[in-house]
Each structure stands twice: as structure tokens, then as C-alpha cells.
Design a protein around this ligand. Sequence first.
Ligand code: ADP
Length: 432
Amino acid sequence: MEYFIIITLAGIAIWLSWRLVTLRKGIEALTGALKKEPFPDRDTIPDSTLQDRLGRLTKVVLDTVAEAELQRASEAGYRRIHDVLLDQIEEALLLVDENQVVRFSNRAARKLLSDSNSHVDRPLIEICLDHRIVETVDLALQTGGEMQDQIELSKNSQTLLVGAGPIDPAYKIGTGAWIVIRDITLQLQTEQMRKDFVANASHELRTPLSIISGYLEMMDEEAESGPVKVMRKHTERVSRIVEDMLMISKLESNDESLLSPEIFDIGDCIVGIVEHLQPLLDKNHSKIKIDLPGKNERSFFGDRFYWDQILFNLIENALKQNPRSGINVTVRVVEEKNGRFTVEVIDNGVGIPASDLPEIFKRFYRVDKAHNQSKIKGTGLGLSIVKRAVEAHRGTISVTSFPGKETCFRISVPGPPGNVAKQTPQSERKNA
Ligand code: ADP
């Protein structure tokens, strides 16, 4: 009996040590395989180590790791594809973290910024050309909004358009900002050349045109003939276009001395224009209502010449674009609580179709449908002048139109310097 127990125990001991050896071999195979670079194929591991329960565990671990490896490889592949594509873009693109340390930059960024070495993990201030780029990014990070700045580099007369905004948390790539930098030097030069050409051509055309006009006027008086009348009409139109183009060129010149600002009463300006347009008002049986703040609350600071142009073009449009008689026009000036002024020119005429609204401030744009433009005198430059003149006064203009009901051109401009924001109750406003 004792022998039997001893033999059984010895058997168990041998079996246990055999299991231990197999277990050790399996663990060694597993750890060895996991350490290998590149990760081994399951087939390279001896079959013997994959037989029992540990072997099955080994198989599962190897398969999972192999799958993860495959996924990593495909992600790296996608990243390389993105890099290739982003490198083809002309704009410099960068991503920075919340401390303005670069996490990504494309080829254009490496070319544009101080050196072509990798930017990754370097502070933006170290690699960017100008501190204003960092300031724009800083502002975007602080405010959480998109920022844009045009930066002129004195070193090589380059102009850069810098855009920056916070990274949307939905991308789940951490906090930070994206930066897009576009070199607009060439674009600005071309634009300047175009402006110079228009200004020079208009200037050169002015003198011969006035001579032709003068002669045609004389001939018209003497001959009263049809063709001369037609020639005069067209010469007048070309002269008007040339004058309008010259005015646009001046307004586009960004010349600081373009405006001769003074304090003036916007009410006087409006009344003067309405008097000037009285014949057109009478002809169309149209009515005009002028709604102004009190005398002491309507002092504008600006160039009276350009304000005459702005209001003349808007009021004349309200009258002339509407062939139907009996149009009601309202010109309203309101001093806002923040010290700015709002000027509105409203009519209840034919209106502007929604599809044309974004276009009407463009040069030579005229709405054809419903307006019968051949009968309406105009160059298509009036609203371009208005927009540029308003912008020269640091203002904005917008338009809304419900054809046949109400068309409203709304201007917002800063009040005179040091204008204390005064609240003007509606009842204090009086009709002029
Ligand atoms: P134009 O010299 O033809 O008046 P503008 O630049 O002043 O040129 O206006 C552009 C176009 O916008 C006009 O041709 C007209 O079709 C449209 N428009 C401007 N103001 C009005 C208005 N109050 N009502 C309807 N259409 C208008």
C-alpha cells in the first residue's frame, strides 16, 4: 500500500514538473514573440507551444496584437496620405497646442517660415517670422473665436494673411489652435496694378471726352439732327461712367488724405439732395418722408462731398428704379445708444430679387429682370461708390428687400469723435 502511494505521488510529481516545463516554454515563447520587432507571424511560433490551454491563450494574444499592429500600420498609412495631400496645398498650415508648441506643419509652412527643419515640438515664436502671428493665435486661444490679421513684413515687403482659430473639441485631438497663412503679396500687387490702370485710363479719357461733348453740344444746337442727339446721349453716358470710375479709383486708393472730414448737419445734407431731386419726385408723383433726430443730435463727422454722393445715389435709386408712380420713400437717421448713427433709405417700389442682393454692390451690376434697365439711366456704379464711400468712413452698408413691399438700404457709421453715447427717445425725434 505504501509503495502504491509513493508511486502515485512520484507520478503526480513527474506530471506536475512536465506541466511546469511546458508552461515555462509557453510563457517564454509568448514573451519572446511579444518582444520581437517586427511582430512575428503566428506561424513562426512552434506548433508544439500552441497546443494546450496556454497555447490557446498565446494564439489569442498573438492574434489581438497582430490586429492592433495592422490597425496601427493602416493609421500610419492614412497619416502619410494626409501629409502628402496637405503638402500640396499652397497655404501654410500649422497646428499648435494650448502653449503654442507646434504639433503639425505642412511643406508650405516649412518653406514660408524661418527654416525648413521640422517644426514639430518647437514653440511657434521660435519658428514664425513675426510676433504678430503669435499674437493672432493667442487671441484666438483666449477668445475661442476665429481671428484674421494682415501682416506686412518690412524685411522682404511680403504681405501675409494670417487666420487662426481654436481646435474644435469634436475632433478629440486635444486643445490648441489651427493656423492658416497665405502669402498675398502677388495678389495685392496685381490688384494695385488693376486699380492704377482703371485710374489712369479714366483720367486719360476725361479730357478728350469733354472736348467731344463740347463740340457735340455746339453741333446739336446748330443742326438739331437725330444722329448728333444720339451721339450726345452716349457721350454723356460714357462721361458719367468715366467720372464714376475715377471716384471709385480714388475711394479704392486707401489714401488717408482722401477724406476732408468736418462736422456737418446730416439733415441739411438730406434736405439739399431732396430739393435737387424735386423734379424727379414731381414727375413720378412720389413722396419722401425725412425722419431725423433733433438738431443737436445729428452732427456727422465726415467728408460732406462723399455723404452727398452716398445719399444722392441711394435716394435717386429709390425713385428712378421704380417706374411705377406714387412711390413712398423714407430717409431716416437714428443715433444709436453706442454713439453710432444708422441711416436708412427705404422705398416701397419694385425691390431687388433675393438672388441679386449679394451682387448689387459690385461694379457695373444692374438688375435686369423687372427693372427694364434700358429705360433707366444709370451706370451700375452708383452702389459701388456708396459702399466704398461708407467704408472710407469706417461704416458698413447692408440691404434687405421684399419686392413690391419694402427695400431698405441701411448704413451704420461711427459718430463724431468723442461722441458720448446719448439715448434719444423716439418721441424726441422730429420730422424735418
Ligand atoms: P445704377 O447706376 O444702375 O443705378 P447702382 O449701382 O446704383 O447702379 O444700382 C445697381 C442696381 O441695383 C440697379 O441697376 C438696380 O437694378 C438695383 N437697385 C438699386 N437700388 C434699388 C432700389 N431702391 N430698388 C430697386 N432696385 C434697386
